[in-house]
Design a protein around this ligand. Structure first.
Ligand code: COI
Length: 353
């Protein structure tokens, strides 16, 4: 199918002159335009790029009551040559449609996701920050818009893309509590999907951990709270005795992170042994007692590589020196250099606009 032309309505009042590129937070500011499309009668229609603005929803619509909503997080950069590049958006499209399938939502076609994103970024490219650790964060999402209170898959949806200049998600190394009561995901559940409810359900346990002085929790498996799964909203990597270990995806309770996948590929290329497998809290504690638990860090789109300075298993506290995490640092640097065009993009990850 040839790509339909997407009509564009430009804003008459850009907010860019009022935006301070030196003070960029995560997720607070948005560019001048957004993309919106409707799904109705079994097809995507009314695709448009228009000024960023509130949308109106019927108070009875399905997303507001039953949480039928999914999203993605992607990043675009201006590289050293001044080119606008997006990091592995094809992987986010695949995962978006995996999430859509699990939440009984329609697939979004490639042209709508990719062309819509590229055209929107092109229009708002002056918003892409160039400060270290900053990027243009791309948030595609889909919501169910049927005005009906019965519990059934909606027949109408909005697909939207919004963009925001963003700084790092976590600015400082984190203190993490191993979660022993609450659960992020269960086998047969929706842990592998990027649906809003997963994030809503994480808020209460994280607030409880914050009251105890931690920043986030390390999620453990739903059955025994024995095996580690994710940290906060990120995948997690451990360095034990020189080997990198990350929880495997096979139980369907760990999100198939694009940064996780990239990290595994790059770390192996850098000569590290990487294992994707079940990793128990007992093994972690035993490694710490032996003095071979060397590094722990989160990997994700928003946070990229995020150092962890403390991990607590109940009263047993494991401290780490974020300055002494050579593998995490090397990974962060490697990703940065590929994104900036300083190192060859061997895998064709950077999509130019
Ligand atoms: C991302 O890394 O893009 C995420 O999904 C985390 C987000 C919830 C801020």
């Amino acid at each position: 199918m040839s790509t339909p032309t997407i009509p564009v309505t430009k804003t008459s009042h850009s907010s860019l002159p009022n935006f301070n590129m030196d003070e960029i937070a995560f997720g607070k500011n948005f560019t001048d335009h957004m993309l919106i499309a409707d799904y109705e009668d079994g097809e995507w229609k009314n695709v448009a790029i228009q000024p960023f603005s509130p949308i109106s929803l019927d108070p009875s619509c399905a997303v507001l009551h039953y949480g039928q909503t999914i999203f993605e997080g992607i990043k675009a950069f201006k590289n050293d040559k001044g080119e606008v590049v997006i990091f592995r958006p094809d992987q986010n499209l695949i995962r978006f449609n995996v999430s859509a399938d699990r939440m009984q939502m329609p697939a979004v076609p490639e042209w709508l996701f990719m062309e819509g994103m590229k055209q929107l970024i092109n229009l708002d490219k002056d918003w892409i920050p160039t400060k270290p650790d900053s990027s243009l964060y791309i948030r595609p999402f889909m919501i169910a818009t049927d005005p009906f209170l019965g519990v059934r898959p909606s027949m109408r949806y909005h697909f939207m893309i919004i963009l925001g200049p963003s700084g790092p998600y976590f600015s400082a190394p984190m203190k993490i509590l191993i979660e022993q009561k609450y659960t992020r995901a269960t086998p047969g559940g929706v842990g592998f999907a990027k649906n809003g409810g997963n994030y809503a359900a994480s808020l209460h346990p994280v607030e409880l951990a914050k009251k105890k002085g931690f920043d986030q929790v390390l999620w453990t498996d739903a059955i025994e709270h024995k095996y580690v799964e994710e940290v906060g909203v990120m995948n997690v990597m451990f360095v034990i005795d020189g080997k990198v270990i990350t929880p495997s995806l096979e139980r369907g309770t760990v999100l198939k992170g694009v940064t996780r996948d990239s990290a595994i590929i790059l770390l192996r290329e850098m000569g590290y042994e990487v294992e994707e497998r079940n990793l128990s809290v007992d093994e972690i504690v035993a490694a710490h007692k032996k003095g071979v638990f060397q590094e722990i860090f989160g990997v994700g789109t928003a946070a990229v590589v995020s150092m962890i300075k403390q991990l607590a298993n109940g009263d047993y506290i494991m401290d780490f020196d974020p300055e002494n995490m050579p593998i995490a640092k090397a990974l962060k640097q490697e990703l940065h250099e590929i994104r900036m065009g300083r190192k060859a993009d061997k895998h064709g990850w950077m999509v130019k606009i």
